[in-house]
Design a protein around this ligand. Structure first.
Ligand code: TMP
Length: 237
């Protein structure tokens, strides 16, 4: 596997071509942004945590029947993944009220739902990732009805698997954001990352936040939170 030219640089990751047109290398940065890039910073060691944690989650999910883009971790910060066209929808699953849900509907954070919820945002920085419903997504040709049905099915399965898994680590999975991609033949696979950048993790006993909200909300202890969740994932307790 040969690493070639950089194809793309996002807020938290870079993507490089390889000598295989079906594969790319993702490289995780320590850069952190929030509120559409308005807030910028660095979280030392984040790239390593997010790379390794994402790969562990993708491996677990593959075992549980969710197809993913994951191929092979090649270094602390770099992973080979299948090249996909990202479906421009952020898929958000929530188990407990928090974040924009709590704000939008005027409820406190921490209220558990009877059933998980799903919502979509249109992945478009110029428009600030607006909420979008499935009819609008189909109207804009962002995805077909069949693709949206499959994406929802996979997203709820991811929730089921990860919620149970994190509970064994003493962590409540409050909510998270997923992205899906399409392989050259149109197959939908889970892509992007599953990390403290894209999930809310609360300690099951104390409700202490072990995720990027510590950065977004200037709560302090950002690096410690990433280290703590990573320790639990790697030590399995
Ligand atoms: P929200 O409550 O701010 O809508 O966030 C819901 C979940 O999505 C939360 O776990 C954080 C994650 N998220 C991202 O991964 N990227 C984003 O740009 C935003 C706004 C949220």
């Amino acid at each position: 596997m040969e690493k070639r030219e950089q194809l793309y640089e996002g807020k938290a990751k870079k993507v490089f071509a390889t000598d295989d047109p079906a594969l790319v290398i993702v490289s995780y940065k320590d850069d952190a942004t929030a509120f559409d890039g308005l807030k910028k910073g660095t979280i030392a060691g984040k790239g390593v945590v997010n790379n390794r944690m994402t790969n562990m989650m993708m491996t677990l999910l593959e075992q549980k029947g969710v197809p993913t883009h994951f191929v092979e971790e090649i270094s602390e910060r770099e992973t080979v993944v299948k090249k996909v066209n990202i479906v421009p929808l952020e898929v958000i699953i929530r188990n407990v009220s928090a974040g924009s849900f709590a704000k939008r509907y005027g409820v406190e954070e921490g209220i558990p739902f009877d059933e998980p919820t799903v919502e979509f945002s249109y992945k478009n920085d110029d428009l600030h990732d607006p909420l979008i419903n499935d009819y609008h997504a189909v109207a804009l040709h962002l995805a077909t009805w069949e693709e949206i049905a499959l994406i929802k099915k996979y997203a709820f399965k991811v929730n089921e698997v990860l919620k149970a898994y994190f509970l064994t680590l003493g962590v409540k999975l409050i909510d998270f954001k997923l992205e899906f991609g399409k392989l050259a033949d149109g197959t939908i696979v889970l892509a992007d990352e599953i990390s403290p950048d894209t999930c809310r993790f609360w300690d099951a006993k104390t409700n202490e936040k072990l995720d990027k909200d510590r950065f977004r909300r200037d709560l302090g202890g950002v690096e410690d939170a990433y280290r703590e969740i990573f320790k639990r994932v790697t030590e399995g307790k």
